[in-house]
Design a protein around this ligand. Sequence first.
Ligand code: ADE
Length: 229
Amino acid sequence: RTRVAIIGALPEELEKLKTLLSDIKELQHGPFQYQQCKFEDIDCLLSLSGIGKVQATMLVQHICDTWKPDYFIFTGVAGALNKQFDTGDVVIGTEFIQHDLELNALGFERGEIPYTGEKVFHACDFLTKMATSFKTDNHKIYQGRILTGDQFITHDHVKPYFTDELAGDAVEMEGAALAFVASRHKVPFIVLRTISDRADGNAACDFNTLLPLVADNSCFMVKHILESL
Ligand code: ADE
């Protein structure tokens, strides 16, 4: 049986999905809490990471060690950097960079993992194709490069390098952490993000208002991928 670990940073991001899964069993393992469940003939692990790269890293490493998933899917919201994106649209993350990893003074590029030559991490093509085939009239679906860092980005934080140097389409706080750990363990992954704000002066307000309304958009895409596997 195929094993898919599904992660969200916040409860709102997984809410809808819970209603679509069956045989939900609550599990606790040290500091980790998750639900093991089924979607047709697929075994799923549903888990909340909390916000930020550290919490996401910790959870993904733990799941790799103990549950041995065939795939990771991260679903949640993101701030738009690409001007084309509207709130409610879904971005399928194809590339990931840690925007707050910066050792320029030592000769490394922004986002580069020192002494490895790695900077951009790639989502699984197979999962990306499945996500792209999702049909909906309610919102647009884009592919894009996701920038990840431990900051909620608002007008004050947006620097020209987000778009000029790093060519980011959306910004969030966990994707590149999952991308790094999953890549190290050779577990294919995908990140699906609904746009909740434009990472500008209204970001906090839009995020709080739109999170419960739009988080479902990427959840429905997770369901579509599970049906396609
Ligand atoms: N997630 C959703 N909106 C965000 C923003 N503006 N910055 C960082 N993460 C986000």
